[in-house]
Design a binder for this molecule. Structure first.
Ligand code: ZN
Length: 497
C-alpha cells in the first residue's frame, strides 16, 4: 500500500508520488512562524502535523528536504518594533530562538532549512521584477507594487485553486495593502510596500523605491529558492489557505509559468476547551503556559497527535491529563520489557516476532491511509495490551522482549515521543527489526561499526546453513579486526578486544 494524502488542490485523497524521477527525494515546505510573539497551541498543532508528515515520509523511505521559513518582517512585527522602540533583529531574534526551543520541546525534527525573509530580499525583489516584466504586477500611485489578479486571470491562469472564490463580485482595481484580509475582499495584494513613516528603520532599497516585501511574496521567493520552481508538498494551517497560499500560487505560477506545488496539505483549526482561543476568554495558551502548569512537551505533542489533521480538534487541560496517563502506560510497558531483556545476555537468531510484525504492518497501513492517527494509536495500544498480558503471564521470551523494544523504536520514529529506552536501542536505526546479532552487539556495550555488524550477520547466516568452515573463517576475520565472538548457551555476545 502506498502513502495517500488529502490534496487541497484536488479536494481528494491521492496517492503520493514524488516529482523526483527516482521517486526518492521529496521537497516539503511548511509556512513557518511570524516571530512577533510566542507561538500558541493552535500554531503548534500545525507544526506538529508538519513533523508527522515529514516523519511519515522518512518512515516510508523518502529522502525529505524540509524547509520552514521564518517571517521576520511583516505588519505586526513592525508595529511591535515601533511600540517597543527596539530594532527588528533584536525583536525577532528572541522570538525566533524561543520558537526553536519550543519546537524541540515538542519533539519536532528540526527543518533542514530555516530561511529568514530579511535574508532573502534580493530573491524577493527579483521575483517581483519578473512579475512586473510579465505584466501581472504594477506599481500603484502609493508607490507600492501590487499583484494584478485581473491580468493574471487574463493570461489564462486560475486564481482560486485552493478554494472557490466568487471572483465575479470582485471590483476591478480594488487593492489591499495589509498582509491579512478576508475572502470577501479578493483584491490585488501588495508585493512590495513603499516605505511609510511608521516603518521606522525597517526598509530596503529596491528598483521600485525604498520599502519592504509583503508577507505572501516571502514564501514564494524562499520556497522556490530552496526547493525549485515546482516542488512536492506545501503545508500549513487551514487559516492560511486564503489569502496567503492562494497568493503564493499566483505569484509563483505568475512568475515561472509552471505549476508551483503538487500536493497542498492543510491542518484543521484547534479549539481550546470547546471555544475559539482568545486571550479574553482565558483559553489562550502558548506552549510555555502549559509547561508552567506542569505538563511536558511530550504530553502536549501526544495530545495534538491524537486527532486527525483534517478534523477540528478540541484541546483541553483534561485531555492533557489523559495524555499523561496514556504515555505512562506505554512507558511502563517499555520499562518492563527493557528490564526483562536487560538482565540476561541477548540471544541470537531471533527473528522479529510475528506479533510485532503484524502490529507494525497495521501501524504502517493506518499511517498510509491519509495519516489515520486514531487507528495508529489503536494499533499501538492494542499491541501494548498484548505485551502486558504476556508479561503478566510470564510467557514472554527474552527475545520477544527485544523484538518488541525494536518495534517500538520503529514506531516511535514516526510518533516522536522519545520515551527513555536507555542506549539499548541504538541498534537498529536502519532496519527497524531486531536481528539478534545486533542485540549481541548491544550487550557488548560497544557500538560496532557497520562492517563488523555485517560480518556478524554473515556468520549467523553461515551457522544457520551449518557452514562451520565459513563461520570459523568469519570469526577469525572479526578477531583480526579487534572483535571477539563468544558463543554462550543463551546466544552470542560480541565484544571488543
Ligand atoms: Zn507561507
Amino acid at each position: 500500500m502506498a502513502l495517500k494524502l488529502f490534496n487541497t488542490l484536488t479536494r481528494s485523497v491521492q496517492e503520493f508520488t514524488p516529482l523526483d524521477p527516482q521517486k526518492k527525494k521529496v521537497g516539503m515546505y511548511c509556512c513557518g512562524p511570524t516571530v512577533y510573539d510566542f507561538a500558541h497551541i493552535g500554531n503548534w498543532r500545525t507544526f506538529v502535523f508538519a513533523d508527522l508528515v515529514r516523519r511519515t515520509l522518512e518512515f516510508s523511505g523518502y529522502d525529505v528536504t524540509h524547509v520552514m521559513n521564518i517571517t521576520d518582517v511583516e505588519d505586526k512585527i513592525i508595529k511591535r518594533v515601533r511600540e517597543q522602540k527596539t530594532t527588528l533583529r533584536e525583536f525577532t531574534g528572541k522570538f525566533e530562538a524561543a520558537f526553536l526551543d519550543d519546537l524541540k520541546a515538542l519533539g519536532c525534527r528540526e527543518p533542514h532549512q530555516k530561511p529568514r525573509a530579511t535574508e532573502h530580499i534580493a530573491e524577493i525583489i527579483a521575483l517581483i521584477e519578473k512579475l512586473v516584466a510579465r505584466g501581472v504586477a504594477y506599481k500603484a500611485a502609493d508607490g507600492s507594487v501590487y499583484f494584478s489578479i485581473e491580468k493574471y486571470r487574463g493570461c489564462g491562469c486560475c486564481y482560486g485553486q485552493l478554494l472557490k472564490l466568487n471572483l465575479d463580485e470582485m471590483r476591478a482595481g480594488e487593492r489591499v495593502a495589509s498582509d491579512e484580509y478576508e475572502k470577501e475582499s479578493v483584491a490585488d495584494f501588495a508585493l512590495w510596500k513603499a516605505r511609510v513613516p511608521d516603518d521606522g528603520e525597517v526598509f530596503w532599497p529596491s528598483p521600485f523605491g525604498e520599502g519592504r516585501p509583503g508577507w505572501h511574496i516571502e514564501c514564494s521567493a524562499m520556497s522556490i529558492k530552496a526547493l525549485g520552481e515546482t516542488f512536492d508538498l506545501h503545508l500549513g494551517g487551514e487559516d492560511l489557505k486564503f489569502p496567503h497560499h492562494e497568493d503564493e500560487i499566483a505569484q509563483s505560477e505568475g512568475a515561472t509559468g509552471k505549476p508551483f506545488v503538487k500536493y497542498w496539505l492543510h491542518g484543521a483549526h484547534l479549539l481550546v476547551e470547546g471555544k475559539k482561543m482568545s486571550k479574553s476568554l482565558g483559553n489562550f495558551f502558548t506552549l510555555r503556559d502549559l509547561l508552567a502548569k506542569g505538563f511536558t512537551g511530550r504530553e502536549v505533542r501526544y495530545l495534538l497527535l491524537t486527532a486527525h489533521y483534517r478534523e477540528t480538534f478540541n484541546f483541553t487541560l483534561d485531555g492533557l491529563a489523559g495524555a499523561k496517563s496514556a504515555l505512562s502506560r506505554i512507558q511502563e510497558c517499555l520499562s518492563k520489557l527493557l528490564e526483562f531483556w536487560d538482565n540476561e545476555i541477548g540471544e541470537i537468531n531471533v527473528p522479529i516476532d510475528s506479533r510485532d510484525e503484524i502490529a507494525l504492518k497495521k501501524f504502517t497501513e493506518a499511517l498510509q491511509d491519509d495519516l489515520n492517527i486514531s487507528q495508529v494509536w489503536g494499533v499501538v495500544f492494542e499491541w501494548i495490551r498484548e505485551l502486558n498480558r504476556s508479561l503478566a503471564q510470564e510467557i514472554l521470551s527474552k527475545n520477544s522482549a527485544a523484538s518488541a523494544l525494536a518495534t517500538w523504536k520503529r514506531m516511535d520514529g514516526v510518533l516522536g515521543l522519545s520515551l527513555s529506552l536507555k542506549s539499548a536501542l541504538r541498534m537498529n536505526e536502519v532496519t527497524g527489526v531486531a536481528p539478534s546479532g545486533i542485540l549481541a552487539e548491544v550487550r557488548g556495550d560497544e557500538e560496532a561499526p557497520p562492517e563488523i555488524r555485517s560480518l556478524l550477520m554473515q556468520r549467523i547466516e553461515a551457522r544457520k546453513a551449518k557452514d562451520f568452515k565459513r563461520s570459523d573463517a568469519i570469526r577469525d576475520e572479526l578477531k583480526a579486526k579487534g572483535w571477539v565472538i563468544e558463543d554462550t548457551p543463551k546466544g552470542i555476545k560480541l565484544k571488543k578486544i
